[in-house]
Design a protein. Structure first.
Length: 183
């Protein structure tokens, strides 16, 4: 996966109207990505969503917990709007570089999905948390400084362009192509 394509700010801004057309109630799980180790990505056709692990086999649990510590499940899963990553990454093969687990065609704005909102995807149910999800240095190196400014700007944060964090409420199985819907 090449990481040298950086979309300029003007092109990112021009794509905002398409992002804002994301469905509000019912959308599609476009891509599922597991991160077994730092920097490694596995695109999955289906995944188990687990109460303890988040996305089964993902490194999330190990990355937030040291031996003996309590785990805050508010960041078990990260979701990113598929229209946003399509704009930023240009090529679908580069989507996993963003580091999220679920790429969905759904309006993730706080007005549509405030903290506490529940989503059904496959046979699982997840809950949006208030933990912020922002672009970091890795995101900038992979997609460019314009992209990180785009998602981290006040408007970008207000629109949750970088995505959202969620916790598992009911475990289940999710497949790429499944419906994701507000409950």
């Amino acid at each position: 996966m090449s990481s040298d394509v950086h979309v300029p700010a003007a092109q990112l801004e021009a794509g905002l109207p398409e992002i804002l057309r994301s469905p509000a109630v019912e959308g599609v799980v476009e891509l599922i990505v597991r991160r077994p180790t730092e920097g490694e990505r596995e695109v999955l056709r289906e995944a188990v969503i687990d109460l303890r692990e988040g996305l089964a086999g993902d490194r999330w649990r190990a990355s937030v917990r040291s031996e003996g510590e309590t785990v805050d499940t508010g960041t078990q899963l990260t979701l990113m709007n598929a229209r946003v990553i399509a704009l930023i990454a240009s090529d679908r093969a580069r989507w996993p570089l963003a580091g999220d687990q679920l790429y969905v065609d759904l309006d993730l704005r706080p007005e549509n999905l405030p903290a506490g909102s529940q989503l059904a995807l496959g046979s699982a149910v997840i809950e949006v948390t208030d933990e912020p999800h922002t672009g970091c240095a890795k995101f900038s190196s992979r997609f460019g400084s314009d992209a990180v400014r785009f998602v981290n700007s006040r408007a970008g944060r207000d629109l949750r362009l970088r995505g959202l964090n969620a916790r598992v409420v009911e475990p289940g199985l999710v497949r790429a192509g499944d419906t994701i819907r507000k409950l």
